[in-house]
Design a protein around this ligand. Structure first.
Ligand code: NAD
Length: 339
């Protein structure tokens, strides 16, 4: 089986490449990534010498390149992680989100229907459902929840999902979609909440928290997510959407305080900053379909997962320190002010 994993130099795609290369030595795993600011080949160091792994640099929205690649490689499965993925960046530059997330997806779909495919899997997000009120803990997103996006990022992901489903209905393409909640774990780019707080707290720097920090996210360990996608591409029903969530709801403030406690750092580092425009209040996933149909169960609860994740960042300072020192630091200074 030959699988093209797009965005495999990013956070979740990188973890998925590790998972597949190690678990299926007889599969051929091709990591296709443009290496934007979010792509980092150092994430792939532990697997780069394995005989069943290859890296190809390229843009999923470059039609000529993608068609040439499919002509040559004839993949059996495509798993599309490649995306512009940061909500704040989508507010300052929506167009790049349309290009990669929407046009990149349709380019891959066109290549799949031209060259034939056993499965196309789209990695999507619970953000396509919009948000839930903070005072209704009984409400959860199911696969039937209407799409109701808030940000340019989630709008681009919802658009891509609609194209994926339309290609199944119109062209009979064998597709599946997974929509997951916020991931955490190793190799997470340090602009996202958890690695951001860990790296800045270790340096005794201010910790920016949006608004009052009351927004709720449902945290999913990245290895539970990889296991879910592995199950869906092998056993999921064509044309179906599967929600993936960890049953681990926490306010952003709770997450920050947990990390500070684990690192033995003071809460005085917390600095409340102006809330993100249109900031979603609560995300909470109902993963019942995935659990009952495919037997998926998350292995991590947040308390053990976050402890292991903090330890990983302490043990892998080299991995994240040079990212924090480079282009990313300029971006961060522009967003939150120079210190
Ligand atoms: P990421 O930003 O860490 O990685 C994205 C990767 O895609 C990078 O390696 C980047 O170089 C690559 N890429 C970007 N544009 C490309 C292009 N045009 N062609 C080829 N490669 C390109 O993202 P992530 O956090 O790992 O998220 C992966 C997927 O999961 C995304 O589709 C995202 O929408 C989805 N998702 C993420 C989360 C989360 O918590 N991180 C939650 C729900 C859904």
């Amino acid at each position: 089986m030959k699988i093209i994993v797009t965005g495999g130099a990013g956070f979740i795609g990188g973890n998925f490449v590790h998972h597949m290369v190690n678990k299926y030595p007889d599969y051929e795993i091709i990591n296709l990534d443009l290496l934007t600011y979010a792509g980092n080949l150092e994430t792939l160091k532990p697997v780069e010498d394995k005989p069943n792994y290859r890296f190809i640099k390229g843009d999923i929205a470059d039609r000529t390149f993608i068609f040439d690649l499919f002509e040559k490689e004839k993949p059996d499965v495509v798993v599309n992680f490649a995306a512009e993925s940061h909500v704040d960046r989508s507010i300052t530059d929506p167009e790049s989100f349309v290009r990669t997330n929407v046009m990149g997806t349709t380019t891959l779909l066109d290549a799949c229907r031209t060259y034939g495919i056993k499965r196309y899997h789209q990695v999507s997000t619970d953000e396509v459902y919009g948000d839930l009120p903070l005072d209704r803990p009984d409400l959860f997103f199911t696969e039937e929840t209407p799409l109701h996006t808030s940000s340019p990022y989630s709008s681009s992901k919802a658009s891509a999902d609609l194209f994926v489903l339309a290609y199944q209905r119109t062209f009979g393409l064998p597709v599946t979609i997974s929509r997951c909640s916020n991931n955490y774990g190793p190799y997470h780019f340090p602009e996202k909440l958890i690695p951001l707080i860990i790296s800045r707290a270790l340096a005794d720097e201010d910790l920016p928290v949006y608004g009052t920090g009351e927004n709720v996210r449902d945290w999913l360990h990245v290895s539970d997510h990889c296991e879910a996608i592995d199950l869906i591409i092998h056993k999921g029903r064509v044309g179906e959407v599967y929600n993936v969530g960890g049953h681990n709801e926490r306010t952003n403030l709770e997450v920050v305080k947990t990390i500070l406690r684990e690192l033995d750092k003071p809460e005085s580092l917390i600095k409340y900053v102006t809330d993100r425009p249109g900031h979603d209040r609560r995300y909470a996933i109902d993963p019942k379909k995935l659990e009952t149909e495919l037997g998926w169960k998350p292995k991590y609860n947040f308390d053990t997962g976050i402890r292991q994740t903090i330890q990983w960042y302490l043990d892998h300072e080299d991995w994240w320190k040079h990212i924090v020192n480079g282009e990313y630091q300029n971006y961060f200074d522009n967003m939150y002010g120079k210190r």
